[in-house]
Ligand binder design. Structure first.
Ligand SMILES: CC(C)(COP(=O)(O)OP(=O)(O)OC[C@H]1O[C@@H](n2cnc3c(N)ncnc32)[C@H](O)[C@@H]1OP(=O)(O)O)[C@@H](O)C(=O)NCCC(=O)NCCS
Length: 294
């Protein structure tokens, strides 16, 4: 009886250990994603240098629009990196780092480093990272490309396009693209296309030959896992290889994942066309962004 409960306890202990390690991994991923953004990293560096700042002080020093700063602070708070404190005598809210959270992250990463010192573990880590492939699209991909594009069109958050596409239409679209306007696809472990991205002609006049427009679309159920980020990284690399000087895009300012993605890749806002399009009887603003590649 004692032995039996001893075995059970051991199992329970293992389960608890697994649970804890799962929770820890989720927390670390959350923190790393929050930190992997230039503006947020700067906020954390500033808070590390000086104990606390108000949001207006941070907005002025960075410099960042208050609304964008609040989004970043919310993401950092959500990840447990930043805390907010209120001084009784001062109506301003002060933001500061949670040193315990950063110690936890450092300890976790250091532990990974120790594990990776063993060659066997190093191979395991590398294999885990190799979960997604990005390659040029082929005729076989057109049906999935159309499906993913149609999801983006139906969402009404990505494009002013309203006409849904078919595999046949996308096959023609793919066939007439020259080598300067490639289409890339992201493939998951099971070989399924989970997203696509393309370099598109910005303007046919020769003077614009060094400027390229682009599109990125990730399957609805696969969004928010870094696929858009990987596709845009690969697209930018290709644009550089093709000798483009600049990448440009037009998007909806209300497209939060898109805005985050472009900000992470250091695109600059050129300006906003107010009430530029009409979708489902509602005006839509369009933001123009650019990134110089050289
Ligand atoms: C926009 C899109 C391409 C981004 O790709 P994704 O794989 O979902 O995004 P990622 O996981 O690579 O994350 C990119 C950034 O968006 C953020 N993000 C992802 N989902 C989000 C959401 N639902 N709300 C707010 N931010 C979000 C991520 O946190 C990350 O920002 P960070 O670097 O500051 O942490 C994808 O959501 C999509 O295909 N949307 C529909 C089509 C579209 O809008 N295309 C762009 C047209 S301009």
């Amino acid at each position: 009886m004692t032995e039996k409960s001893g075995v059970l306890n051991e199992k329970d202990a293992m389960k608890t250990e697994e649970l804890i390690s799962g929770v820890q991994e989720a927390q670390v991923l959350k923190m790393l994603r929050a930190l992997a953004n230039p503006a947020r990293f700067r906020i954390v560096s500033m808070l590390a240098e000086r104990k606390e700042y108000t949001s207006s002080q941070l907005a002025e020093l960075l410099p960042l629009a208050q609304s964008s700063l609040f989004d970043h602070l919310a993401a950092l708070r959500e990840a447990g990196i930043v805390q907010v404190s209120s001084d009784g005598s001062n109506p301003n809210r002060y933001y500061c780092l949670d040193p315990a959270a950063l110690d936890f992250l450092a300890a976790y990463v250091s532990e990974l480093g120790q594990q990776a010192r063993s060659w066997k573990e190093l191979v395991k880590v590398t294999q885990k990272e190799r979960t997604m492939e990005i390659r040029d699209a082929t005729h076989e991909d057109v049906a999935t490309i159309a499906h993913i594009y149609n999801q983006g069109i139906e969402d009404r958050s990505a494009t002013l396009e309203t006409q849904l596409r078919t595999a046949e239409e996308r096959a023609e679209w793919l066939a007439v693209r020259g080598s300067r306007h490639p289409v890339l696809v992201a493939i998951d472990q099971s070989g399924t296309v989970v997203g696509w991205a393309s370099l598109n002609s910005f303007n046919p006049r020769p003077a614009y030959d060094h400027v390229v427009d682009f599109s990125v679309y990730v399957a609805r159920e696969q969004r928010g896992q870094g696929i858009g980020d990987a596709l845009l990284g690969a697209l930018e690399e290709r644009a550089r290889l093709l000798g483009y000087h600049k990448m440009v895009l037009a998007a909806f300012p209300s497209n939060a994942p898109g805005m985050r993605l472009y900000e992470r890749h250091e695109f600059r806002v050129v300006g906003i066309y107010q009430e530029q399009g009409m979708l489902d009887n509602k005006w839509v603003d369009v933001v123009l962004m650019e990134k110089l590649l050289h």
